[in-house]
Design a protein around this ligand. Structure first.
Ligand code: 2P0
Length: 317
């Protein structure tokens, strides 16, 4: 019987926001992320009379379940195995926190699937398999800082970990609990209609190299500035798509202004924002308390989770 596998979510500091091949989930750009300790998914795959998918103990039907079953069937074809499966997942990711639960979900599912069938694959292959379920999931196979090399086919598009870590805390600021309006898959497709899109793509390799250098040199300032720039580029592309759209809400702008004000006051911190209105703040450990106090005093009902580096795949029981 297969083990329960835990995979942590990750936050992209250099974003994946566009596909070259939707079926294989080959990205148009390389990306770089930080795996997070506080948010994860645990999944177990077992044999079953019928395909079933339980999330937090509740049987899932419809689109969510269909995506899981299609993915399992793809993996079964790939490895020449068959049979109905039961997937039991528990999600330790607030669905509204704007942290892609699909990253931890499909990394855990890929690993649990292989474990169930006793298919021996290395981490690089697991990363490729996770990518077929959700792009960002390929990065959740590893802990710490992770690069997803875009590659140009299934073989060459996978993630790998960087050796370095640094004093880096990520505050996930939950400003808005509404689920996102435009799913990432659709958002990234629409983004490609922006006249700025190709310019952003041309900058990808340079931005990636600069970010890796900042990490290697423990240069938090450069890391923060680059992450903020990259996120702003992604959101500028959304705004300038045809038709334009944005994930920002008024509270998002208010949070950006607060981060800028904190910086002016000598508290070094930077923001990044994904496909939703919530903001993540990067800082050093010594500034965490002060930043939380400031957010709590400026926003009503704000929820803040202080995360740092999480591990790669973990096999439980
Ligand atoms: C990322 N995001 O790099 C970017 C930044 C959101 C913003 O990857 O369509 O769920 O399943 O491959 O991985 C979210 O998109 O998309 C995402 P699919 P995914 O983390």
């Amino acid at each position: 019987m297969g083990k329960t596998v835990r995979a942590h979510t990750n936050i992209a500091l250099i974003k994946y926001w566009g596909k070259k091949d939707a079926l294989l989930r080959l990205p148009l750009m390389s990306s770089l992320s930080m795996t997070l300790d506080r948010f994860y998914t645990e999944t177990k795959v077992t044999d079953s009379a019928e395909n079933r998918f339980y999330l937090d103990g509740i049987e899932q039907k419809g689109k969510n379940a269909q995506r899981v079953f299609s993915y399992l069937s793809l993996l079964q074809q790939k490895f020449g195995v068959s049979g109905n499966l039961q997937v039991e997942s528990s999600n330790h990711v607030p669905t509204s926190a704007g942290l892609a639960s699909s990253s931890s979900a499909f990394a855990a599912l890929a690993a649990a699937f292989c474990d169930h069938y006793e298919i021996r694959v290395d981490q690089r292959e697991l990363s490729r398999l996770a990518r077929l379920g959700s792009g960002s999931a390929c990065r959740s196979v590893y802990g710490g800082f992770v690069v997803w090399k875009k590659g140009n086919d299934h073989e060459s598009s996978f993630a790998y970990p960087l050796d370095h870590q640094m004093d880096l805390q990520l505050l996930a600021i939950e400003l808005n609990q509404q689920p996102k309006k435009l799913p990432s898959t659709n958002g990234m497709k629409q983004a490609q209609t922006s006249p700025l899109f190709n310019t952003w793509l041309e900058r990808n390799q340079t931005e990636l190299e600069q970010m890796i250098r900042a990490i290697e040199q423990d240069d938090f300032t450069s890391l923060g500035q680059l992450a903020e720039l990259n996120a702003n580029e992604m959101h500028a592309i959304n705004l300038s798509a045809q038709p334009g759209f944005t994930y920002f809400e008024p509270a998002t702008i208010k949070a950006i202004k607060l981060v800028e004000q904190l910086r002016k006051n000598g508290i070094e911190c930077y923001y990044t924002i994904d496909a939703g209105p919530n903001v993540k703040v990067m800082t050093r450990l010594k500034n965490v308390k002060e930043i939380i106090n400031q957010f709590v005093s400026v926003f009503d009902n704000v929820k803040i989770v202080n995360a740092s580096f999480g591990p790669g795949l973990t096999y439980l029981d």
